[in-house]
Write a protein that binds this ligand. Structure first.
Ligand SMILES: Cc1cc2nc3c(=O)[nH]c(=O)nc-3n(C[C@H](O)[C@H](O)[C@H](O)COP(=O)(O)OP(=O)(O)OC[C@H]3O[C@@H](n4cnc5c(N)ncnc54)[C@H](O)[C@@H]3O)c2cc1C
Length: 292
């Protein structure tokens, strides 16, 4: 089946208007941003919303801005804008690493960060990026706004903390001293979803790892935080041996599913290797920032 089920369509002209429409049409309604995840699902009839609310005119949701404490990204910001942003690459090079290997220019020109996070596909790259950076996301509904940390954002496969009548409006990335970050991904061919991916962030202080974030993509039913591996790193001096140990913990703690992209053993092996590799590159970047 290659055509979507019939649906009605509306272009939202404000965030509040989109929320009001979601409220009015209930569980039958879905927001559409870039459409690169939702439309394929509709064509396959895996999603059959009776009412689509298009948020592409909401320019107020498209920005990358910095203040003293954080970088804020509007939910409608496109992959291509994230890829090109020097501000983002300067503070969080993990974004450019990931965007360089997400799909192709056609997808990147339309697909949005909000759509990527809300799709909640475990193999989706930006979820791992935002989780490793310990981002907070802003969710708006009829009763106002609330902020949720990425470690509480994913409730299950393809399910997030965003309610049926709510909209994700912003992603907030805390600015912290001594930061370095990197994304590592293995894919079957260029532009494909990951066989396995790891985002890592470290925050160095006086030559030791004060804090770390490690998020695993395509290695479980949702994006997974490798919290035991993070704990191992805290308070220790970075070393190859430490990164390898963190990789071994990530290998034990992930829960990959066998599928056309590869068997479980291979994916666990990738979890180990990619975790060590992402930590090595994140740390090198943090040291480079410190030295300059
Ligand atoms: C060929 C192809 C290859 C791809 N390869 C990769 C890849 O390698 N890595 C990768 O990470 N991704 C990949 N993608 C996915 C791509 O990044 C999508 O753009 C992204 O997952 C969804 O973003 P979107 O804006 O298109 O969302 P949409 O498809 O418009 O929406 C997705 C879901 O999010 C909801 N939604 C959208 N915006 C909001 C919001 N602001 N608030 C609440 N809910 C919202 C929608 O209702 C829908 O349920 C690929 C896609 C394609 C078609």
């Amino acid at each position: 089946m290659q055509t979507p089920a019939p649906f009605e369509y509306e272009r939202a002209s404000s965030v509040d208007g989109a929320i009001a429409s979601l409220q009015e049409h209930g569980a039958e309604a879905r927001l559409i941003a870039g459409g690169h995840s939702l439309l394929p699902m509709m064509k396959l009839r895996l999603a059959t919303p009776a009412f689509l609310i298009d948020i592409n005119d909401l320019d107020e949701l498209s920005y990358i801005e910095e203040d003293t404490a954080e970088v804020r990204i509007g939910a409608l910001t496109r992959h291509a804008e994230l890829l090109e942003s020097d501000l983002l690459a300067g503070h969080f090079p993990v974004f450019r690493d990931a965007e360089q290997v997400i799909a192709d220019p056609v997808v990147r020109n339309r697909g949005t960060i909000g759509g990527s996070l809300c799709q909640a596909d475990a193999a989706e790259d930006l979820s791992a990026v935002c989780a490793a950076l310990k981002a907070n996301v802003v969710i708006k509904g009829l009763d106002g706004e609330r902020t949720v940390n990425m470690d509480g954002f994913y409730i299950g496969p393809f399910t997030t903390a965003v309610g049926a009548d709510e909209i994700l409006t912003e992603i907030r990335l805390p600015l912290r001293q001594g930061a370095g970050s990197a994304h590592e991904k293995v894919e079957r061919r260029a532009g494909d979803f990951a066989i396995a991916a790891v985002s890592a962030a470290v925050w160095l202080q006086g030559g030791t790892i004060a804090d770390a974030g490690i998020a695993l993509g395509a290695l479980g039913p949702t994006t997974i935080m490798a919290t035991r591996a993070e704990e191992l790193l805290r308070g220790k001096a970075p070393s190859e041996e430490l990164f390898a140990q963190a990789g071994e913990i990530a290998k034990e703690d992930c829960s990959p599913l066998p599928d056309g992209r590869g068997p479980v053993d291979y994916k666990r092996h990738l979890a180990s290797v990619l975790t060590a590799r992402a930590l090595r590159r994140a740390t090198a970047r943090a040291l480079h920032q410190e030295a300059n």
